[in-house]
Write a protein that binds this ligand. Sequence first.
Ligand code: C2E
Ligand code: CA
Ligand code: CA
Ligand code: CA
Length: 382
Amino acid sequence: PLRVQLEAGDLLFREGDEPGAAFLIESGTIEVKTHQRGDEVVLSLLGPGDLVGEMAVIDDAPRTATATAVSAAVLFPLDRQQIADRLAATDPIVRSLLEGQLKRYRGALAALQGKQPMPDTPTPSERLGTGRIRLEAQLREALANRHLELSYQPLLSVAEDRVAGFEALVRWNHPERGWISPGEFVALAEETSLIVPVGEYVIDTACDAVGRLIAAGTCRAPFVAVNVSARQLAHPGLIERIVARVDAARLPRGSLKIEITESQVLDYTLVAGIIDVCHGHGIKVALDDFGTGYSHLCHLHRLPFDTIKVDQSFSRSMLDDVRSMAIVETIVRLGHALSADIVVEGIETPEQLEALRRLGCQYAQGYLIGRPQRLDVLLASG
Ligand code: C2E
Ligand code: CA
Ligand code: CA
Ligand code: CA
């Protein structure tokens, strides 16, 4: 289940039970008890933001205490895999700190059960990270409840002066916080295997959008480009699942593209393999954010990308700074030489677009061409 709802007095788990999930308390109060010579001893009262039952899951040992709801409560379960993912990604020092705490807790508990003082109350450091875990649990729910949406931003074919396709950008409609940008939650999802279902949702929705764009006839042979991070692609079997979904959607070749976004060093062998698989299934691959951070010349030298997307930092300064203009011009020429299309992002003024036209750049993207929009709005506006 995505959430567990308890009434006052309901049992969550019992001492001696096999460990199942841990729980993050969203609302209500949970009492954790053990027995001391037949008498019940309350170990702790836990409330919103606290984790309960994580010890047995981390240790893979039977429950050492019993947890019941004192008042009506809502909890988000965290399965062993989620916790294992987080532990595996954790700094080893933090991990050993955790293990130390765990040992002390178990020792104190055993001592208690043989008539010893109460264990230390949880330290503030144990609460560390629960804010993110909470967001992650909510994201899991958002996915199930379809609170993730895609916005579509047009790409202009500069020479033809027409919209040729769209980039799909994911957004989260959060019940309390409103729209949350991908910058905030994609990185979070990437830390665990949650990025896998998020990515699958994006692909499925984008495939569906291609079908609807074709049916509406808004533009000739439209494409939709989806963002896939290198960390996403590192999940084994992910690219196979992507192409299977694209194949199942029976889209015209070239109508679905992927943009590889980079936040770490690219694994060339892996990405070369991925580009190869994509090409075999009529999927074109773009290198995103070229010219920033980790997205650099070596990638082009080693990997046969179909498209290079030039980051908006270049278009921003292109008209005021001859050096930026020279860089954009050189990238456009480089693209020609490598038979790759160039997209310049962040085009906000007619002067910037005019400059791209002069340079012979294939595609322009940015607020001048259009802001990201929901598909229904886009289809309604023709
Ligand atoms: P990106 O792929 O570089 O996407 C372009 C970002 O620039 C978008 O922000 C877009 O709204 C914004 N933008 C477009 N034109 C203009 C302009 O003219 N001026 C300005 N100032 N901004 C413009 P957004 O939607 O917040 O996306 C942020 C990043 O999140 C994206 O950067 C992409 O790397 C990532 N992202 C978006 N959707 C997904 C997804 O489905 N999966 C993954 N893994 N990452 C995604
Ligand atoms: Ca992109
Ligand atoms: Ca980009
Ligand atoms: Ca970006």
